[in-house]
Design a protein around this ligand. Structure first.
Ligand code: NAD
Length: 380
């Protein structure tokens, strides 16, 4: 059972799919692990660290992939990479499948079994494999750290002989995994924190972290959570009410962190240019949804924009990657936990159960075709 750990080819991707810790555990499962030279460097892991854990180091991705039964990736492999992937290999990655039909067909044609880790069901058994949570948690933390770095004032209230520095007011929009960690981090830094979400379950979670919940709590709000625990797209009417409430609240804030997402859809627009203009000069917005179209008008992917009224809008890409060592360590654990379900531990051989609910929920392609019902082309 050969497991390959290629080096990510996207220059914006410093994470890696295995760590020395998970390599040891994969070997204990009966695997032989081959890591491409330099694959872990951007996450602070050297080839020597991997070697010490029992992995072989291959000089290139092509060589690492030779004979691999499982490939542990971060991003969906592109056509150029797939040339080196053995047909039939199980490829685990964050596949970013929504609206990517052509790219999925390329993956299918390569004959690999591609698993989209972000489609892992949010059930107790799969919590340890939840890449969305492991990465969003770090992104939420980093969003606050990035905001603090750009903000020209202190976060905590400070009473000094030279006068008092007021505590920063931080508003977190979207109180899911990232938002809740942003709230906790901002609170630890001493900020006064408020937060909003459209899911009623968020209200209690926000309060339990010591932040104040701000939202339009009407009948639609009470119904706004899907069975899977995600937000639903809200009606135009609700959005208008929400915008009015947010407009009133936001102009008093120093820092706004937006994390609002709806799986498979563009991010909801929550902060208009007029709201950005209403902020005081020196205020900072962080848009964690920028990769999915953005929550903040004027946010630009990969950039820190300074508006005419002196407000900074941070739109960093791959925010978990800004904490690559932590992100890789958690991501690699998520992958390991899933690999464990694909292996016959007694016989120490690869034995995926194609009927298992975790496999069915995440498997995108197999034997040359797209097999996931959500992504199969509609015929007729
Ligand atoms: P997400 O990344 O899809 O969305 C982030 C947040 O944005 C969500 O809280 C969502 O409700 C919110 N949002 C969407 N539209 C909005 C709008 N118009 N205005 C304000 N907020 C908006 O979600 P997520 O962080 O991955 O998780 C969603 C929920 O699922 C959370 O409560 C989380 O705790 C829960 N969860 C459960 C498990 C589990 O194993 N049971 C695992 C992970 C997360």
């Amino acid at each position: 059972m050969g497991i390959a750990v290629p080096k990510e080819v996207d220059p914006g991707e410093p994470r890696v799919g295995a760590t020395p810790d998970t390599v040891k555990k994969l070997i204990a499962l009966g695997a032989s692990v081959t890591v491409a030279a330099g694959a872990g460097l951007a996450s602070g892991i050297t080839d020597a660290d991997y070697r010490e854990a029992g992995a072989a180091i291959a000089p290139s991705n092509t060589e690492a992939l030779q004979g691999a039964a499982i490939v542990l990736k971060v991003r969906r492999p592109a056509a150029e990479e797939l040339v080196a992937y053995p047909a039939g290999a199980l490829v685990l990655a964050i596949m970013d499948p929504y609206g990517q039909q052509e790219a999925l067909e390329v993956v299918a044609r390569a004959g690999v079994a591609a698993f989209a880790m972000e489609l892992m069901p949010r059930i107790t058994r799969a919590q340890v494999m939840d890449v969305l949570s492991s990465q969003a948690n770090l992104a939420g933390y980093r969003a606050v750290v990035d905001a603090a770095a750009e903000f020209g004032r202190a976060f905590p209230m400070m009473m000094t002989a030279a006068g008092t520095v007021p505590a920063a007011k931080v508003f977190v929009m979207g109180a899911g995994v990232a938002g809740l960690q942003a709230i906790a981090t901002a609170r630890r830094l001493g900020a006064i924190v408020t937060a909003t979400d459209v899911r009623p379950a968020a209200k209690e979670q926000v309060a339990s972290l010591g932040a104040k919940f701000v939202a339009v709590e009407d009948e639609e709000f009470r119904q706004a959570e899907t069975a899977a625990g995600y937000a639903k797209p809200m009606s135009a009417e609700y959005q208008a009410k929400q915008a009015a409430l947010v407009a009133e609240h936001i102009r008093k804030q120093d820092v706004v962190i937006t994390t609002a997402l709806i799986p498979g859809r563009p991010a909801p627009h929550l902060v208009s240019s007029a709201m950005v203009e209403s902020l005081k000069p020196g205020s900072v917005l962080v848009d964690l949804a920028v990769e999915r179209g953005g929550n903040v008008e004027g946010a630009r992917a990969g950039e820190v924009v300074t508006t005419a009224n002196g407000v900074k809008i941070i739109g960093y890409l791959n925010v978990p990657g800004r904490l690559a060592a932590s992100a890789s360590s958690l991501y690699a654990r998520n992958l390991l936990a899933f690999v464990e379900t694909l292996v016959d531990k007694k016989e120490k051989v690869l034995a995926p159960n194609w009927e298992d609910e975790l496999v069915k929920a995440t498997l995108l392609t197999r034997d040359g075709a797209i097999v996931h019902p959500m992504f199969q082309l509609q015929v007729g």
